[in-house]
Design a binder for this molecule. Structure first.
Ligand SMILES: Cc1cc2nc3c(=O)[nH]c(=O)nc-3n(C[C@H](O)[C@H](O)[C@H](O)COP(=O)(O)O)c2cc1C
Length: 380
């Protein structure tokens, strides 16, 4: 069965292809009475927008959101009914992509779509294009506003930590990074010297008709304990699904991730300690999630994105008529997808957390035990 819908209580369906009339989303399950900041939704989309800098695809889209339903016409508040957001495509140039009508781009989705459906929108990648993520970002911006209305201290912040071999991980205090600092440089790497080196590397790759990949780091602060639905919808499982559903994302690490294999249990455990009525851990190798439930420490994840598949040098490939051919791709592309992926990662995080909050509220109620300090369960 097809699935273009994400979430259970806060459900988002995205629609649209890269070169169709429009892309967007329908959100079902957003509670009524939320005063929606339209400018904040537009600003979130602008951070994802193509054409935003010399480091990304020059496709020039305004990405201005139109709200078609779900909002009170007088106050702009959510009605509790489906919220439909549409963004019209404006700068399609389908002719530029005619070389891959019949030929499959290496490491792209073209062959898979043909093999599955027997038909595909070849212009600009159709549904497999990152253009689809416009709907995710619009919905994520609304989800974030919903979360902030209940948890004002929540801070979701992602950034480019590494591109190719340039790695800023050891040079940053992850808990001190803020969105404004991330957005200050077109690479979205908040460490200035690394950002400059990354910019040069991306521009060099672009000049050579090549592309680069890297890591995005995600930190969420101010998230209370209790988010996540064991066992199949554990918080780490939901986040991994959210991120692995993004185009070009090839791996997700939670906390110590793969490096946990290098430590013993004594070295790796995060020791609990009450600080007043708040539970903390002395270290955060769990990345803020244990048993699939947030523990109140910052969420700490790392995502890897592969180098952009479409490169502008001739490459061996194959066509849909059984021939092995050479493909010389043209068109407009991101030489590195990471700078634009940052707000998409933040949006997916907000979608997961909004869904978790509504599910927690539905089953356990709000407030729930973990918000109130030690449980004092004597006699139970
Ligand atoms: C923000 C963003 C921008 C992207 N831009 C491009 C692009 O310009 N050219 C391209 O070939 N792939 C681009 N991609 C990745 C492809 O959409 C993706 O690699 C392709 O659909 C195949 O899917 P897979 O890599 O997940 O297997 C982009 C991905 C993201 C997240």
């Amino acid at each position: 069965m097809a699935n273009n819908t994400f979430g259970h209580a806060f459900r988002v369906t995205t629609f649209g292809e890269s070169h169709g009339a429009a892309v967007g989303c329908v959100i079902d399950g957003c509670p009524p009475g939320l005063t929606l900041d339209h400018a904040a939704v537009a600003a979130f989309l602008a951070r994802r927008r193509p054409g935003q800098s010399h480091l990304v695809t020059p496709r020039n889209e305004d990405d201005a959101p139109e709200f078609l339903s779900g909002l009170d016409l007088e106050t702009g508040k959510t009605l509790g009914t489906p919220i439909a957001v549409v963004v019209r495509n404006q700068d399609q140039r389908s002719g530029s992509y005619s070389e891959w009508w019949h030929t499959y781009r290496p490491s792209h989705a073209d062959f898979g779509y043909d093999a599955k459906y027997g038909i595909r929108a070849w212009q600009g990648g159709g549904r497999s294009s990152a253009r689809e993520t416009v709907g995710r970002v619009a919905a994520g911006a609304i989800a974030e506003q919903l979360l902030l209305s209940r948890f004002p201290a929540l801070r979701i912040c992602a950034w480019v930590e590494r591109v190719h071999t340039i790695d800023a991980r050891a040079l940053l205090d992850p808990l001190a990074v803020e969105r404004a600092q991330v957005d200050a440089h077109p690479t979205r790497c908040p460490h200035t010297a690394s950002a400059v080196a990354i910019e040069t590397a991306i521009l060099t790759a672009k000049k050579q008709g090549d592309s680069l990949g890297g890591y995005i780091r995600l930190i969420v602060q101010g998230l209370p304990p209790g988010f996540g639905e064991p066992v199949f919808d554990k918080l780490d499982a939901l986040l991994a699904q959210a991120f692995m559903s993004l185009p070009a994302c090839k791996g997700v690490e939670v906390g110590s991730g793969f490096s946990g294999a290098d430590a013993s249990g004594l070295e790796h455990n995060d020791h609990y300690a009450w600080q007043g009525s708040t539970m903390t851990t002395a270290t955060n190798r769990s990345g803020g999630i244990q048993g699939g439930i947030s523990n109140g420490m910052p969420l700490d994840l790392r995502l890897v994105f592969k180098p952009t598949a479409t490169v502008l040098k001739p490459q061996p490939s194959a066509d849909d008529a059984g021939n092995n051919v050479e493909l010389q791709a043209k068109g407009r592309h991101d030489p590195c997808v990471l700078p634009r992926a940052v707000p998409i990662v933040e949006a997916m995080t907000a979608l997961v957390l909004a869904d978790c909050w509504l599910r927690q509220r539905g089953q356990v109620g709000d407030p729930w035990p973990g918000l109130a300090g030690p449980l004092h369960r004597d006699g139970r």
